[in-house]
Write a new protein. Structure first.
Lengths: 180, 180
Protein backbone atom coordinates (compact mmCIF):
# COMPACT_ATOMS: atom_id res chain seq x y z
CA UNK A 1 0.00 0.00 0.00
CA UNK A 2 1.33 3.43 -0.98
CA UNK A 3 0.14 6.67 0.54
CA UNK A 4 0.01 9.53 -1.96
CA UNK A 5 -0.16 12.89 -0.22
CA UNK A 6 0.27 16.52 -1.21
CA UNK A 7 0.30 19.42 1.25
CA UNK A 8 0.07 23.20 0.85
CA UNK A 9 -0.17 26.11 3.30
CA UNK A 10 -3.68 27.54 3.33
CA UNK A 11 -6.14 29.72 5.19
CA UNK A 12 -8.36 27.03 6.69
CA UNK A 13 -11.54 29.10 7.10
CA UNK A 14 -11.46 29.94 3.36
CA UNK A 15 -10.89 26.31 2.37
CA UNK A 16 -13.69 25.14 4.69
CA UNK A 17 -16.11 27.53 2.95
CA UNK A 18 -15.00 26.21 -0.44
CA UNK A 19 -15.49 22.60 0.72
CA UNK A 20 -19.02 23.46 1.85
CA UNK A 21 -19.71 24.98 -1.61
CA UNK A 22 -18.41 21.78 -3.25
CA UNK A 23 -20.67 19.66 -1.03
CA UNK A 24 -17.67 17.80 0.46
CA UNK A 25 -18.54 15.80 3.55
CA UNK A 26 -16.90 16.48 6.92
CA UNK A 27 -16.09 12.96 8.08
CA UNK A 28 -14.41 13.65 11.41
CA UNK A 29 -12.28 15.82 13.64
CA UNK A 30 -9.38 14.80 15.80
CA UNK A 31 -6.65 16.16 18.02
CA UNK A 32 -3.32 14.39 17.45
CA UNK A 33 -0.19 14.48 19.54
CA UNK A 34 2.70 12.81 17.72
CA UNK A 35 5.96 12.00 19.43
CA UNK A 36 8.90 11.26 17.12
CA UNK A 37 12.02 9.40 18.14
CA UNK A 38 15.70 9.30 17.30
CA UNK A 39 17.24 5.87 16.78
CA UNK A 40 20.27 4.81 18.82
CA UNK A 41 21.96 3.10 15.85
CA UNK A 42 20.87 5.09 12.81
CA UNK A 43 20.42 8.75 11.92
CA UNK A 44 16.75 8.87 10.87
CA UNK A 45 17.34 12.30 9.31
CA UNK A 46 19.85 10.60 7.00
CA UNK A 47 18.00 7.33 6.37
CA UNK A 48 14.72 9.22 5.95
CA UNK A 49 12.85 6.93 8.33
CA UNK A 50 10.62 7.80 11.25
CA UNK A 51 9.28 6.18 14.39
CA UNK A 52 6.19 7.77 15.88
CA UNK A 53 3.83 7.21 18.79
CA UNK A 54 0.54 8.98 18.17
CA UNK A 55 -2.10 9.79 20.78
CA UNK A 56 -5.39 10.71 19.19
CA UNK A 57 -8.49 12.15 20.80
CA UNK A 58 -11.87 11.94 19.07
CA UNK A 59 -15.02 12.86 20.97
CA UNK A 60 -13.20 12.47 24.32
CA UNK A 61 -11.93 9.00 23.46
CA UNK A 62 -8.15 8.76 23.32
CA UNK A 63 -6.42 6.00 21.36
CA UNK A 64 -2.77 5.44 20.55
CA UNK A 65 -0.73 3.75 17.87
CA UNK A 66 2.84 3.27 16.87
CA UNK A 67 4.08 3.76 13.33
CA UNK A 68 7.24 3.07 11.39
CA UNK A 69 7.73 5.09 8.22
CA UNK A 70 10.27 3.93 5.68
CA UNK A 71 12.30 6.08 3.28
CA UNK A 72 10.53 7.83 0.39
CA UNK A 73 9.97 5.63 -2.66
CA UNK A 74 8.54 8.55 -4.65
CA UNK A 75 10.07 11.98 -4.02
CA UNK A 76 7.37 13.77 -6.00
CA UNK A 77 4.43 12.77 -3.83
CA UNK A 78 6.19 11.90 -0.56
CA UNK A 79 5.19 8.23 -0.96
CA UNK A 80 6.68 5.83 1.58
CA UNK A 81 6.11 2.41 3.13
CA UNK A 82 4.32 2.57 6.46
CA UNK A 83 3.70 -0.03 9.16
CA UNK A 84 1.34 0.76 11.99
CA UNK A 85 -0.58 -0.88 14.80
CA UNK A 86 -2.81 0.36 17.59
CA UNK A 87 -1.44 0.09 21.13
CA UNK A 88 -3.44 -0.09 24.35
CA UNK A 89 -1.36 2.56 26.07
CA UNK A 90 0.69 5.29 24.36
CA UNK A 91 2.75 5.98 27.49
CA UNK A 92 3.77 2.31 27.77
CA UNK A 93 4.67 2.19 24.06
CA UNK A 94 6.75 5.34 24.61
CA UNK A 95 8.44 3.67 27.57
CA UNK A 96 9.24 0.49 25.58
CA UNK A 97 10.95 2.59 22.89
CA UNK A 98 12.81 4.80 25.38
CA UNK A 99 14.06 1.69 27.21
CA UNK A 100 15.29 0.34 23.86
CA UNK A 101 17.30 3.54 23.36
CA UNK A 102 14.96 5.57 21.15
CA UNK A 103 14.84 9.16 22.44
CA UNK A 104 11.89 11.51 21.84
CA UNK A 105 13.09 14.30 19.55
CA UNK A 106 9.92 16.38 19.15
CA UNK A 107 6.15 16.34 19.66
CA UNK A 108 3.78 17.68 16.99
CA UNK A 109 0.28 18.73 18.18
CA UNK A 110 -2.46 19.42 15.67
CA UNK A 111 -6.20 19.87 15.27
CA UNK A 112 -7.39 18.08 12.14
CA UNK A 113 -10.67 18.22 10.23
CA UNK A 114 -11.22 15.47 7.65
CA UNK A 115 -13.32 15.77 4.51
CA UNK A 116 -14.13 13.21 1.86
CA UNK A 117 -14.13 14.49 -1.72
CA UNK A 118 -13.75 12.86 -5.12
CA UNK A 119 -12.04 9.73 -3.78
CA UNK A 120 -9.57 11.73 -1.69
CA UNK A 121 -9.27 12.55 1.98
CA UNK A 122 -8.81 16.27 2.51
CA UNK A 123 -7.40 17.27 5.86
CA UNK A 124 -7.46 20.78 7.31
CA UNK A 125 -4.59 20.97 9.79
CA UNK A 126 -3.97 23.62 12.45
CA UNK A 127 -0.50 22.73 13.70
CA UNK A 128 0.91 24.18 16.93
CA UNK A 129 4.01 26.25 16.20
CA UNK A 130 3.79 25.57 12.44
CA UNK A 131 0.58 27.08 11.05
CA UNK A 132 -2.37 26.05 8.84
CA UNK A 133 -2.07 23.55 5.99
CA UNK A 134 -4.30 21.44 3.77
CA UNK A 135 -3.38 17.85 2.91
CA UNK A 136 -4.92 15.89 0.03
CA UNK A 137 -4.33 12.18 0.30
CA UNK A 138 -5.24 8.78 -1.07
CA UNK A 139 -3.88 5.25 -1.08
CA UNK A 140 -2.96 3.11 -4.08
CA UNK A 141 -2.10 -0.58 -4.15
CA UNK A 142 0.53 -0.53 -6.89
CA UNK A 143 3.52 1.71 -7.51
CA UNK A 144 2.33 2.13 -11.14
CA UNK A 145 -0.77 4.00 -9.92
CA UNK A 146 1.12 6.65 -7.95
CA UNK A 147 1.48 9.21 -10.80
CA UNK A 148 -2.22 9.22 -11.67
CA UNK A 149 -3.14 9.52 -7.98
CA UNK A 150 -0.82 12.50 -7.57
CA UNK A 151 -2.29 14.28 -10.61
CA UNK A 152 -5.75 13.68 -9.15
CA UNK A 153 -4.62 15.23 -5.86
CA UNK A 154 -3.41 18.32 -7.76
CA UNK A 155 -6.86 18.60 -9.40
CA UNK A 156 -8.46 18.51 -5.96
CA UNK A 157 -6.17 21.32 -4.75
CA UNK A 158 -7.21 23.45 -7.76
CA UNK A 159 -10.89 22.75 -6.97
CA UNK A 160 -10.19 24.17 -3.50
CA UNK A 161 -8.64 27.34 -4.96
CA UNK A 162 -5.14 26.21 -3.96
CA UNK A 163 -2.01 26.01 -6.11
CA UNK A 164 -0.16 22.66 -6.39
CA UNK A 165 3.01 24.73 -6.96
CA UNK A 166 2.78 25.76 -3.28
CA UNK A 167 3.36 22.14 -2.28
CA UNK A 168 5.45 21.64 0.84
CA UNK A 169 7.49 18.45 1.02
CA UNK A 170 8.72 19.11 4.53
CA UNK A 171 6.84 17.23 7.24
CA UNK A 172 5.24 19.10 10.14
CA UNK A 173 8.00 17.61 12.25
CA UNK A 174 10.59 19.05 9.86
CA UNK A 175 8.87 22.46 9.90
CA UNK A 176 8.74 22.41 13.69
CA UNK A 177 12.44 21.52 13.94
CA UNK A 178 13.37 24.19 11.34
CA UNK A 179 11.48 26.84 13.31
CA UNK A 180 12.90 25.87 16.67
CA UNK B 1 5.55 -9.03 45.66
CA UNK B 2 7.84 -11.99 44.94
CA UNK B 3 7.10 -14.70 42.41
CA UNK B 4 8.26 -18.14 43.49
CA UNK B 5 8.39 -20.62 40.63
CA UNK B 6 9.84 -24.07 40.11
CA UNK B 7 9.87 -25.94 36.84
CA UNK B 8 10.60 -29.59 36.03
CA UNK B 9 10.37 -31.74 32.88
CA UNK B 10 7.36 -34.06 33.07
CA UNK B 11 5.02 -36.32 31.11
CA UNK B 12 1.97 -34.10 30.96
CA UNK B 13 -0.69 -36.81 30.43
CA UNK B 14 0.49 -38.57 33.62
CA UNK B 15 0.49 -35.29 35.59
CA UNK B 16 -2.99 -34.40 34.28
CA UNK B 17 -4.31 -37.78 35.53
CA UNK B 18 -2.70 -37.17 38.89
CA UNK B 19 -4.24 -33.66 39.08
CA UNK B 20 -7.67 -35.15 38.36
CA UNK B 21 -7.14 -37.67 41.19
CA UNK B 22 -6.19 -34.81 43.52
CA UNK B 23 -9.32 -32.88 42.53
CA UNK B 24 -7.29 -29.90 41.21
CA UNK B 25 -9.29 -27.44 39.17
CA UNK B 26 -8.45 -26.66 35.50
CA UNK B 27 -8.71 -22.84 35.42
CA UNK B 28 -7.77 -22.09 31.81
CA UNK B 29 -5.89 -22.97 28.66
CA UNK B 30 -3.90 -20.77 26.32
CA UNK B 31 -1.64 -21.03 23.30
CA UNK B 32 1.28 -18.57 23.43
CA UNK B 33 3.67 -17.71 20.65
CA UNK B 34 6.53 -15.52 21.88
CA UNK B 35 8.96 -13.93 19.45
CA UNK B 36 12.18 -12.57 20.94
CA UNK B 37 14.39 -10.06 19.18
CA UNK B 38 18.04 -9.11 18.95
CA UNK B 39 18.86 -5.40 19.14
CA UNK B 40 20.90 -3.75 16.37
CA UNK B 41 22.93 -1.66 18.83
CA UNK B 42 23.17 -3.77 21.98
CA UNK B 43 23.80 -7.42 22.82
CA UNK B 44 20.70 -8.31 24.86
CA UNK B 45 22.42 -11.49 26.08
CA UNK B 46 25.07 -9.24 27.63
CA UNK B 47 22.82 -6.42 28.86
CA UNK B 48 20.28 -8.95 30.21
CA UNK B 49 17.38 -7.22 28.46
CA UNK B 50 14.66 -8.69 26.27
CA UNK B 51 12.16 -7.50 23.69
CA UNK B 52 9.21 -9.81 23.08
CA UNK B 53 6.05 -9.83 20.97
CA UNK B 54 3.54 -12.33 22.37
CA UNK B 55 0.51 -13.67 20.51
CA UNK B 56 -1.94 -15.40 22.81
CA UNK B 57 -4.99 -17.43 21.84
CA UNK B 58 -7.73 -18.26 24.35
CA UNK B 59 -11.01 -19.77 23.16
CA UNK B 60 -10.34 -18.68 19.55
CA UNK B 61 -9.64 -15.09 20.56
CA UNK B 62 -6.11 -13.95 19.71
CA UNK B 63 -4.51 -10.99 21.43
CA UNK B 64 -0.99 -9.62 21.20
CA UNK B 65 1.31 -7.51 23.32
CA UNK B 66 4.82 -6.19 23.26
CA UNK B 67 7.08 -6.31 26.28
CA UNK B 68 10.42 -4.83 27.24
CA UNK B 69 12.26 -6.55 30.07
CA UNK B 70 15.11 -4.70 31.71
CA UNK B 71 18.17 -6.19 33.41
CA UNK B 72 17.81 -7.73 36.87
CA UNK B 73 17.94 -4.97 39.46
CA UNK B 74 17.99 -7.43 42.34
CA UNK B 75 19.61 -10.84 41.80
CA UNK B 76 18.17 -12.28 45.00
CA UNK B 77 14.51 -11.64 44.17
CA UNK B 78 14.89 -11.77 40.37
CA UNK B 79 13.37 -8.27 40.17
CA UNK B 80 13.52 -6.55 36.79
CA UNK B 81 11.74 -3.62 35.17
CA UNK B 82 9.07 -4.69 32.76
CA UNK B 83 7.04 -2.48 30.43
CA UNK B 84 4.21 -3.95 28.43
CA UNK B 85 1.28 -2.83 26.33
CA UNK B 86 -1.30 -4.64 24.23
CA UNK B 87 -1.06 -4.16 20.46
CA UNK B 88 -3.87 -4.52 17.93
CA UNK B 89 -1.82 -6.66 15.58
CA UNK B 90 1.18 -8.81 16.53
CA UNK B 91 2.37 -9.08 12.92
CA UNK B 92 2.43 -5.30 12.50
CA UNK B 93 4.28 -4.87 15.81
CA UNK B 94 6.78 -7.48 14.58
CA UNK B 95 7.15 -5.55 11.32
CA UNK B 96 7.75 -2.24 13.12
CA UNK B 97 10.56 -3.81 15.16
CA UNK B 98 12.10 -5.60 12.17
CA UNK B 99 12.05 -2.36 10.16
CA UNK B 100 13.83 -0.67 13.06
CA UNK B 101 16.57 -3.30 12.86
CA UNK B 102 15.46 -5.72 15.60
CA UNK B 103 15.78 -9.26 14.23
CA UNK B 104 13.71 -12.17 15.54
CA UNK B 105 16.11 -14.53 17.25
CA UNK B 106 13.69 -17.24 18.31
CA UNK B 107 9.99 -17.99 18.69
CA UNK B 108 8.75 -20.02 21.65
CA UNK B 109 5.38 -21.73 21.04
CA UNK B 110 3.61 -23.40 23.90
CA UNK B 111 0.27 -24.89 24.88
CA UNK B 112 -0.43 -24.11 28.51
CA UNK B 113 -3.01 -25.62 30.86
CA UNK B 114 -3.47 -23.89 34.20
CA UNK B 115 -4.61 -25.65 37.39
CA UNK B 116 -5.24 -24.33 40.86
CA UNK B 117 -4.09 -26.56 43.74
CA UNK B 118 -3.25 -25.98 47.39
CA UNK B 119 -2.61 -22.23 46.94
CA UNK B 120 -0.37 -22.77 43.90
CA UNK B 121 -0.83 -22.31 40.18
CA UNK B 122 0.26 -25.41 38.32
CA UNK B 123 0.97 -24.95 34.64
CA UNK B 124 1.29 -27.85 32.21
CA UNK B 125 3.43 -26.58 29.32
CA UNK B 126 3.90 -28.36 26.01
CA UNK B 127 6.71 -26.33 24.43
CA UNK B 128 7.53 -26.82 20.74
CA UNK B 129 11.12 -28.00 20.27
CA UNK B 130 11.72 -28.06 24.03
CA UNK B 131 9.37 -30.67 25.46
CA UNK B 132 6.86 -30.98 28.27
CA UNK B 133 7.32 -29.22 31.59
CA UNK B 134 5.33 -28.48 34.72
CA UNK B 135 5.63 -25.15 36.52
CA UNK B 136 4.47 -24.67 40.10
CA UNK B 137 4.17 -21.05 41.08
CA UNK B 138 2.90 -18.71 43.77
CA UNK B 139 3.41 -15.16 44.97
CA UNK B 140 4.48 -14.02 48.42
CA UNK B 141 4.44 -10.52 49.87
CA UNK B 142 7.63 -10.67 51.92
CA UNK B 143 11.12 -11.89 51.14
CA UNK B 144 11.07 -13.85 54.41
CA UNK B 145 8.29 -16.06 53.03
CA UNK B 146 10.16 -17.14 49.90
CA UNK B 147 11.85 -20.20 51.40
CA UNK B 148 8.60 -21.61 52.82
CA UNK B 149 6.82 -20.98 49.52
CA UNK B 150 9.57 -22.79 47.63
CA UNK B 151 9.34 -25.76 50.03
CA UNK B 152 5.57 -25.77 49.49
CA UNK B 153 6.12 -25.83 45.73
CA UNK B 154 8.43 -28.83 46.17
CA UNK B 155 5.67 -30.58 48.17
CA UNK B 156 3.23 -29.93 45.33
CA UNK B 157 5.71 -31.43 42.84
CA UNK B 158 5.98 -34.55 45.04
CA UNK B 159 2.15 -34.77 45.23
CA UNK B 160 2.25 -34.85 41.42
CA UNK B 161 4.78 -37.68 41.41
CA UNK B 162 7.59 -35.34 40.31
CA UNK B 163 11.06 -34.80 41.79
CA UNK B 164 12.13 -31.28 42.89
CA UNK B 165 15.74 -32.32 42.16
CA UNK B 166 14.82 -32.24 38.45
CA UNK B 167 14.28 -28.46 38.64
CA UNK B 168 15.30 -26.47 35.54
CA UNK B 169 16.34 -22.81 35.97
CA UNK B 170 16.81 -22.12 32.25
CA UNK B 171 13.96 -20.27 30.47
CA UNK B 172 12.17 -21.97 27.57
CA UNK B 173 13.88 -19.44 25.28
CA UNK B 174 17.24 -20.46 26.73
CA UNK B 175 16.42 -24.17 26.26
CA UNK B 176 15.34 -23.57 22.66
CA UNK B 177 18.54 -21.67 21.85
CA UNK B 178 20.69 -24.35 23.56
CA UNK B 179 19.06 -27.07 21.45
CA UNK B 180 19.37 -25.22 18.15
Amino acid sequence: MYEVEVKVPAHLATVADRLADLGAELTGTVVQEDTYYDAPHRDFAETDEALRVRRETRADETTARMTYKGPLVDEESKTRAEVETGVDDGDDADSVFQNLGFDPVATVRKDRRFYSYDGYTITLDAVEGVGEHVEVETEVGAEADIDAAREGAYDVLRDLGLDPADQRRTSYLGMLLEDS
